[in-house]
Design a protein around this ligand. Structure first.
Ligand SMILES: C[S@@+](CC[C@H](N)C(=O)[O-])C[C@H]1O[C@@H](n2cnc3c(N)ncnc32)[C@H](O)[C@@H]1O
Length: 299
């Protein structure tokens, strides 16, 4: 079901060369009838353009401006993720049909993390990727799950630990890690790079904390130049994800997804940014029918 297209261009770093989600008690495990009704109503509202009121005249959404006022971006992003943390896992599972777990596992594999390694999962959220990395590095390894949202980290701590290896949950900033140069053997970042306020700086920080030869795999939505993929992604987000998020009371927070993907650099630009941040090799892979992408970089 997963398509792995070849990278757009660049060095010959291939995923195969480079190389689940535990139960969680959630208040939103099942759709109640009321929620279904709310969802249907918000779908109809969207269809008739009620939510267009929050969009800019030129079709670009003003939602980013609403959330991220210049100078307060970090704080605003932290607040956004604290707000969505209670429904985040549920919505991920529902709308990727569980596939996000497969993509996350692929990212860990492509980071080349192996038994005994010290791995950073940056922007770890509720910790899916950190937990997969922990399974791989085993008892002799160590995983640091770092995020700046306290609520996401609380969620991560509440969930079951897999693999028996140590996972340390750290509140910190992906733009300034509290670690020495070359501290990690491998790193991952899932749906985080699109959300940081300074992408080149985040890449430079990842490069700094990796040891020479270490890899990072950065998974996120793909800002596709293919109009069909882009159309499907837009329809999916606007007509399914946002109404469902609205039904959970976090519509505005999810409305920010689509403009954030359109602002996110495409694969080719990400490869260039990674190289100019110091990485020796960088290659971008479109996955999940081109809806997602993974930037794999080696120091
Ligand atoms: C969409 S969530 C992804 C969570 C998780 N990696 C996953 O794949 O499910 C993005 C996460 O990035 C975190 N984040 C965004 N900017 C950050 C920064 N500058 N430093 C640390 N965490 C950040 C947010 O708090 C949020 O938990």
């Amino acid at each position: 079901m997963i398509s792995i297209r070849s990278g757009i261009h660049g060095d010959t770093l291939r995923p195969n060369e480079a190389p689940g989600m535990p139960n969680r008690t959630s208040s939103v495990q099942h759709w109640s009838t009321t929620r279904n009704h709310r969802l249907i109503i918000s779908c109809i509202n969207r269809y008739y353009g009620v939510s267009r009121a929050i969009k800019g005249e030129n079709g670009s959404s003003s939602i980013e401006d609403t959330f991220f006022k210049p100078g307060q971006e970090g704080e605003a992003r932290q607040k956004l993720f604290n707000t969505i943390s209670p429904v985040y896992d549920e919505l991920n599972d529902r709308f990727s049909f569980g596939l996000h777990r497969v993509w996350k596992r692929m990212a860990v594999k492509w980071s080349k993390a192996k038994r005994g390694d010290r791995v950073l999962d940056s922007c770890c959220g509720s910790g899916d990727i950190a937990r997969i990395a922990a399974e791989i590095v085993g008892k002799g390894g160590q995983v640091i799950g770092l995020d700046f949202s306290q609520d996401m980290l609380e969620d991560a701590k509440r969930r079951r630990q897999d693999g028996g290896s140590r996972i340390e949950w750290v509140q910190g900033d992906a733009l300034e890690y509290p670690y020495a140069d070359g501290y990690f053997d491998a790193a991952t970042m899932g749906y985080g790079l699109r959300n940081v306020s300074d992408i080149p700086r985040a890449l430079r920080e990842l490069h700094r904390v990796l040891r020479k030869g270490g890899c990072v795999a950065i998974l996120d939505f793909n800002n596709s130049s293919d109009s069909v993929v882009d159309g499907i992604q837009g329809f999916f987000l606007d007509s399914l994800v946002v109404p469902a998020a609205e039904a959970e009371g976090v519509g505005d927070e999810y409305r920010y997804l689509r403009p954030s993907i359109k602002k996110y650099p495409n694969g080719q630009t990400l490869e260039k940014l990674a190289r100019s941040s110091g990485f020796e090799k960088a290659r971008y892979y479109e996955i999940g029918f081109g809806l997602m992408g993974c930037l794999v970089c080696q120091k």
